[in-house]
Design a binder for this molecule. Structure first.
Ligand SMILES: NC(=O)c1ccc[n+]([C@@H]2O[C@H](COP(=O)([O-])OP(=O)(O)OC[C@H]3O[C@@H](n4cnc5c(N)ncnc54)[C@H](OP(=O)(O)O)[C@@H]3O)[C@@H](O)[C@H]2O)c1
Length: 263
């Protein structure tokens, strides 16, 4: 097969994933296509890979990443389906479309091997979370190879598809929630006299450090929170202010609201 990975649609997410895959796969084994050809051309130049038409990608790639918006998938599938059906080598369609299930995808593409993924934007710097579910006709060998080509994107987890919508609400939408938290912490610190630059940097580093401590210690976040709250101290006063203003309720509500939108 000519290409290991082909990308149809090199926008924000398709483009970010193409750049991750290019770290794990030789650039000459990657091809890009995009509706506005110039976009794929510019990215292919920076990666050092090929660009071509949607049909070039569909005919020649082992993993065909579909990076167009969900509503455009049926039309695209209609256009490339005959090329896919004519193939007698083994390939996998990789859909990143939010809210489009494996069942929807097999209604659109037919009974072809499909991996459904839900990445988040930090994949662009190799620190993303990508949850994945595969149709039954994707072999273990292909799943292992897929994990391999995605190994520079961050965490890649194959899970039961029934968890994908909840994961999307948390890790897919989560960067926006976290950016708001960083901005709000920074606003508070600016009010206390720190410069904007200092406050954003310290807020980010605090989030990175605290999150890493949760992962590396294996401790429950509540236990780690208790450990920094001295009796009568400053931290517990801040914790109280968060509780009084419904912080945990807001955080739970935001994930649930995003989840409800996926249904
Ligand atoms: N952004 C995220 O955080 C995120 C997270 C998880 C999943 N996703 C999923 O990722 C997919 C893409 O989202 P996005 O945010 O990357 O959107 P985007 O930036 O608008 O990218 C979509 C790309 O698809 C191209 N395109 C449209 N129709 C095409 C066609 N027929 N053939 C080839 N290329 C075509 C567009 O080309 P033009 O240059 O002509 O517009 C554009 O570059 C969606 O399914 C979305 O649900 C996104």
């Amino acid at each position: 097969m000519k290409y290991t990975a082909g990308f149809i649609g090199t926008g924000n997410m398709g483009g970010a994933l193409a750049q991750c895959v290019a770290k794990a796969v030789n650039a000459e084994k990657i091809i890009l296509s995009n509706r506005t050809e110039e976009k794929a051309k510019i990215l292919s130049k920076s990666i050092g890979c090929d660009f071509g038409t949607n049909k070039d990608v569909a005919k020649n790639s082992e993993f065909i990443f579909i990076g167009v918006k969900p509503n455009l998938i049926p039309e695209l599938a209609e256009y490339i389906k005959s090329d896919l059906l004519e193939r007698n080598d083994s390939f996998v369609i990789v859909s990143m479309a939010a809210g489009v299930s494996l069942n929807d995808l097999s209604n659109i593409f037919g009974a072809l091997p499909i991996i459904r993924i839900m990445p988040n934007t930090p994949v662009s710097i190799g620190k993303g979370v990508t949850v994945c579910a595969a149709s039954k006709n994707v072999s273990n060998e292909k799943i292992e190879k897929f994990k391999n080509i995605m190994s520079f994107s961050g965490k890649v987890d194959f899970i039961d598809e029934k968890f994908i919508n909840a994961s999307s609400a948390l890790s897919g939408c989560g960067p926006a929630f976290v950016y708001m938290f960083i901005e709000a912490l920074s606003d508070g610190a600016v009010e206390c006299g720190l410069t904007r630059k200092m406050s954003i940097e310290y807020a980010c580093q605090t989030l990175i450090g605290a999150a890493s401590l949760v992962l590396e210690s294996g401790k429950h976040p509540g236990e780690l929170k208790d450990a920094v709250c001295s009796p009568g101290g400053t931290t517990i006063a801040g914790v109280h202010a968060l509780e009084k203003n419904g912080f945990r309720n807001a955080a739970m509500d935001c994930v649930k609201a995003a989840f409800d939108k996926t249904l």
